[in-house]
Design a protein around this ligand. Structure first.
Ligand SMILES: CCCCCCCCCCC/C=C/C(=O)SCCNC(=O)CCNC(=O)[C@H](O)C(C)(C)COP(=O)(O)OP(=O)(O)OC[C@H]1O[C@@H](n2cnc3c(N)ncnc32)[C@H](O)[C@@H]1OP(=O)(O)O
Ligand SMILES: NC(=O)C1=CN([C@@H]2O[C@H](COP(=O)(O)OP(=O)(O)OC[C@H]3O[C@@H](n4cnc5c(N)ncnc54)[C@H](OP(=O)(O)O)[C@@H]3O)[C@@H](O)[C@H]2O)C=CC1
Length: 251
């Protein structure tokens, strides 16, 4: 099934096809999105609109299609992946504005659509995550990002598994009374970003138990159970580093 979320007609068609094929639509996860990096001073009006159209309008198109095509009558759960935006997103003001718009749209929809058979709608806001998406960026940006892994209190990137665990939780009955929230999955970067001159020890002063705490559950055999993703090499190197730390992080 082809889908361009920027196209409202296509969004409705895809929802209709799913309902026809499966007879129901329990959940919608709006994960599609993205941006290009540009300082705001160099951003054109068209560039700004493009990113807002993709993220904000695209998410609206999918939510509306799900509501009209099934959930308005039968209820359901919606989770939208946004991005950690609390202090803005330097070099990505367009996406920051769009994601903040989605978070506010989500609050309104939670209020307006909750009465429709208990529709629940929430957001998950990832911080920096080791993901295939990083391949979209120029090498210099990847370098910068790879050197920014300490920029939150956990001093590391997150993983796709850590984001999807939160999505699964919000979709599940375990979250049956959670509606209209934005769950930050960011290692605390929304609380503190650190100093660009700093290093990974910033949040781990001498005397703390571990240089970096990973805290991933063991895989079937060991921590190597963490999924390998098709991220740029420099970002994947971080994953290997965390795995090694993970093995020595057991309390
Ligand atoms: C030290 C810390 C650094 C802090 C910064 C941290 C930032 C973190 C951000 C949050 C973390 C998020 C991570 C991720 O999201 S992972 C990646 C996910 N995937 C993507 O981002 C997708 C990559 N992007 C794209 O696929 C496309 O750029 C996009 C879909 C967004 C747009 O594609 P489209 O084909 O619709 O658009 P066009 O190419 O036709 O362009 C339209 C106009 O947009 C302007 N533009 C486009 N590219 C650029 C660019 N690279 N620089 C500047 N401007 C750009 C331009 O005006 C285009 O119009 P014109 O073609 O007429 O010029
Ligand atoms: N990785 C990170 O650090 C962070 C990521 N995020 C967000 O998480 C989400 C997933 O990102 P990630 O996996 O990293 O990156 P990817 O680029 O791998 O995933 C983005 C997905 O969105 C799809 N997509 C883009 N535009 C459209 C469209 N118009 N219609 C339908 N699908 C579209 C892409 O499809 P296709 O491949 O076919 O183009 C791609 O599968 C994104 O919204 C991203 O911005 C937020 C914060 C941090």
């Amino acid at each position: 099934m082809l889908l361009n979320i920027r196209d409202a007609t296509m969004a409705s068609q895809v929802i209709q096809d799913i309902v026809t094929r499966h007879g129901k639509l329990n959940g919608l996860v709006n994960n599609a999105g993205g941006q290009f990096m540009s300082p705001a001073s160099q951003l054109t009006s068209k560039g700004f609109s493009t990113v807002v159209d993709l993220n904000l309008n695209g998410t609206f198109n999918m939510c509306k299609a799900a509501f009209d095509g099934y959930m308005g009558e039968h209820g359901g759960q919606i989770v939208t992946i946004v991005a950690e935006t609390r202090n803005g997103i330097p070099r990505a003001m367009h996406t920051g504005a769009a994601r903040a718009g989605i978070i506010n749209m989500t609050k309104t929809l939670a209020i307006e659509w909750g009465p429709y058979n208990g529709i629940r709608i929430n957001c998950v806001a990832p911080g920096l995550i080791i993901s295939s998406g990083m391949k979209n960026y120029h090498e210099t940006m990847v370098d910068l990002l790879a050197h920014s892994h300490w920029m939150n209190p956990t001093s590391r990137y997150g993983t796709e598994s850590e984001v999807s665990a939160s999505v699964a939780f919000l979709l599940s009955p375990a979250a049956s009374y959670i509606n209209g929230v934005n769950l930050e999955v960011d290692g605390g970067s929304s609380l503190s970003k650190g100093n660009p001159e700093g290093d990974e020890l910033k949040y781990n002063p001498e005397g703390s138990r571990h240089p970096v705490y990973v805290g991933w559950p063991e895989g079937v055999d060991n921590v190597h159970g963490i999924k390998q993703v098709d991220a740029p090499a420099k970002i994947n190197e971080l994953l290997e580093k965390y795995k090694a730390i993970g093995r020595s992080s057991k309390i």
